[in-house]
Ligand binder design. Sequence first.
Ligand SMILES: Cc1ncc(COP(=O)(O)O)c(C=O)c1O
Length: 357
Amino acid sequence: MALPFRDVIENISPYVPGKPISDVQRELGLSNVIKLASNENPFGCSPKVKQAIAEGLSEINLYPDGNATLLRESLARHYGLDPEQFVFGAGSNEIISFIAQLFLNPGDESIYPMPSFVWYNTAVRAVGAVPVKIPLRDYTTDLDAIKSSITEKTKIIWICNPNNPTGTIITDKQQEEFLDSVPRNVVVVLDEAYYEYAKGEGFPESVPLLKKYPNIIVLRTFSKAYGLAALRVGYGITSPEIVSYLNRIRPPFNVNTLAQKAAVAALEDQSFVSYAVSETKKGRLTLYEAFEKLGLKYIKSYTNFIWVETSYQSGEIFQKLLKKGVIIRPFMDNWIRITVGTEEENRALIKSLEEIL
Ligand SMILES: Cc1ncc(COP(=O)(O)O)c(C=O)c1O
């Protein structure tokens, strides 16, 4: 007798993470391997985080604070918002799934750009809703086409800004015009995982918009510029009403004690974030220069990763770089995504590309 797997799960592929360094070391017998595949922070994290985690170790026999009270209060102070406006996830990834579960019935439509962060697709399909994928225009989210695709069945629109994997942004002006045109009963998720890298330069400040648009949810994370990817802590900022509904389906202790303490410490050390962001921007310029010398097309990025086209199929160049101990992320056709590394990692990547190309 067949087990009762739901039909909608049948065609969902598991998320494919960037290849871990240890796998490559084992499989290829290499000792020096660098990973520029998952948009992690190569500069580590604030030293204050390590101290906070050490202090938290004496509490790991107890369940975490399910309300994440200290983190909630720290973020409320940081943003000048009501603590009730925050919802927490084991990474912003998890909040994406909560949002899909909260608003999407089977057969509802949910719109997102293509290519963009792949988890929108999984979250939408897992609840039996219908993904409406809108191709990018000039490597950028096509807001006009998204607008034209809204129907009576549309419940959630996902805007990844800056967009992963292309690194492009929609500007503050474009975003406001768009939000003005979206019916207020359609939820717009503004996924700003790379906010800290993009802010300034015409990038939207979405948090103040919460007052004007009750239908938006802003997603941020500690995984990128704060350097806490392994700890899994992300948050959504929205109305207390939406937060209270999301909390009905959020598992009780989804963000662990060490992650909560680490996030509080990380938030307090803004100088680490500034350092990591400014080093990343320097690294981006180094890589641009190298790509130009190598005749590679790349898209100007507002993030810690770059969308690059080579003369090889993406899987082929991925394998060639892997053999040299450099892990990048293959995507489609000839396009790959490369995370900006430390100066040394960037040099190693450039050297490998020169040898291959
Ligand atoms: C656009 C975007 N959103 C969300 C996430 C999820 O991040 P996390 O779950 O680590 O907060 C990522 C991770 O790569 C991302 O690129």
